[in-house]
Structure formats: C-alpha cells, structure tokens
Design a protein around this ligand. Structure first.
Ligand code: HSE
Length: 295
C-alpha cells in the first residue's frame, strides 16, 4: 500500500507573531508518498522538483526526520520508503521544508492507521525544522498540518491553537529570486528587545488575533506590524520597502516578510486587490532588476 499526501505552503510570523503565528496557503505545496518496506529503516527513494539539491540521507531529509520522530515514539521498527515531490521553492520563506515534513507525517500516519491526530503530529514535525534551520519553530509546520491561521501559544509543552479565518481574505506572495536560509536570517535578529518594543509587538499580536475573530479588516490592517524581526531582516530583501510604498493606495491590508523571507506576503480584502498587488509587485522588482514569482 502506498499513501500520498499533500501539505501546503505557509506564511510564518504574519508580521507581529514571530515564531508563534502562521497561516496556510491554498493549493501551493509539496506531496509525499510513503509505503511500507520489509527492510528496516527509512529510505528516501525519489525526490523530484528540487533541482537535485535536497539530501537523500534519512538523517538530513525533513520528511524522514519527521517520520523517524513519529516512529521512535511508537517503537515501530519496520521500514518505509519515501518519495518527495516538491512544489515549493527552497529557501523562499514559504515553509518549504515544513510542507515536506507535514506531508510525510500525514502520509505515514495514514499508513499506520492514524495513531496520532494532526495536532500531535506537530511535535514530530518540529524535529524536521530543527534539522532544516537549527531552530524547532512550529509556525510553519503547525499551519501546514492544521490549515488556516494557527497560534503557538507555548513551546514547552507545545500548545497549538487554531484561529478563525475571516471570509474573503486573500494573500499575495511575491517571491523575488534570491535565496535566504532561515538559519542566516535568524542570525541577523536582535537577541534583546526593549520594553517599549515588546509592548508595541504585544498590542499588535493581540490586535491581529482579535481582528481574525471579529472579521475586522481594519483592525487586522492596523495590527500587521513588526518591530522585532522586520527592521533587521528587511535589509536582506531588496524591494521590500518599495513594495510597501507601491501598494499603499491599492487597498491591501498590509504586507510583511513571509517567514524568514525573501518572500513578501500581502493580505487583501478581495481577490481583485490581491491581483493588483501582484502586478504592482512585478513592477517594483522589474525596476530593481530582480525576477519575481507571484502566487
Ligand atoms: N518563525 C520562523 C522565523 C519562520 O522567522 O525564523 C521561518 O520560516
């Protein structure tokens, strides 16, 4: 028996929620196929769509690291074969490594007759993030597994809360063609923040979450701000502030760095505005001479 699962791209942080907030994107994502094997251990047998860049070694691939964490928990000793079909670009800030891990876990969990629910799978998926970027953050894997907006209230132990998704909210992703490793863009973060910044950030997180519950677009818009990670990370993303400037009059709710970048996400209250953001973004990146993909 072979089981194939899909897991979506995600936008982590959502500006103010560094490491604690993320949401899933419709349609865009990775697929993983898992089957049982008589040979013990996990074996990656195929990887497509990565340009030959992802590792086949079971202790380095995010699919196998995540499944292994799950199997260790179960005491399962038989083998599995894994095929990965990448739909997401690497190092893009769209939760590429997380989507592979999430799809692998969903497929393996189904193959074993669903010993875990999806929230429990988050515990295993973060082990893959630890391998991929050195930090076991859950704000990509949790929304990739659970869908919608997700809050990680705490890490020890993990406390993952699903949030409502207001109707008619659209996201535009602009992916300039440059690659940023999450570990590199974590290394530019300040390790200390002022009491003032902490107060501003807390207000915005609370405001964003209240906005999601109340379907209050204006409140969501006012809250899409980040005084912690964005000021240093934006310097690594040419066009970031130019894009914000360019979409000011279009009617979008706000923009920010998707995860650790370089992808920039914008939330809009209609599909028409989301499309306009895409066109404006293409112009911005054309001017600075960078190729960009729009999703
Ligand atoms: N919260 C993580 C970070 C997301 O900002 O480093 C990485 O995609």
């Amino acid at each position: 028996k072979t089981i194939r699962a899909f897991a979506p791209a995600t936008v982590a942080n959502v500006s103010c929620g560094f490491d604690i907030l993320g949401f899933a994107i419709d349609e865009l994502g990775d697929q993983v196929e898992v089957s049982l094997s008589e040979t013990p251990g996990l074996k990656v047998v195929k990887i497509e769509g990565d340009g030959g860049r992802l590792p086949y070694e079971a202790e380095k691939n995010t699919c196998t690291v995540a499944i292994q964490a799950m199997l260790d928990h179960l005491g399962f000793t038989k083998g599995m074969e894994i095929s990965l079909y990448k739909g997401l670009p690497l190092g893009s800030g769209m939760g590429s490594s997380a989507a592979s891990a999430a799809a692998a876990l969903v497929a393996a969990n189904a193959l074993l007759g669903y010993p875990f629910d999806k929230k429990q799978l988050v515990n295993f998926a973060i082990e893959a993030e630890r391998i991929a970027c050195g930090a076991a953050h859950a704000d990509n894997v949790a929304p990739s597994l659970l869908g919608g907006f997700v809050l990680i209230r705490d890490y020890e132990p993990l406390d993952v809360i699903k949030l409502p998704v207001p109707k008619g909210l659209y996201c535009t992703l602009l992916h300039p063609h440059l690659e940023l490793n999450t570990s590199d863009s974590r290394s530019v973060l300040r390790t200390q923040i002022s009491l003032k910044d902490s107060t501003i950030q807390s207000g915005n997180i609370a405001g964003l979450i209240a906005g999601l519950f109340q379907e209050d677009y204006n409140l969501i818009s006012r809250s899409l701000k980040d005084v912690i990670a964005e000021p240093t990370r934006a310097l690594l993303i040419p066009g970031f502030y130019e894009l914000r400037e360019a979409i000011q009059t279009i009617g979008a709710l706000g923009s920010g760095i998707s995860g650790s970048g370089p992808t920039i996400f914008t939330l809009s209250p209609s599909q028409a505005i989301a499309k306009e953001v895409g066109s404006a973004g293409k112009e911005v990146f054309k001017k600075i001479g960078l190729d960009v993909d729009v999703y």
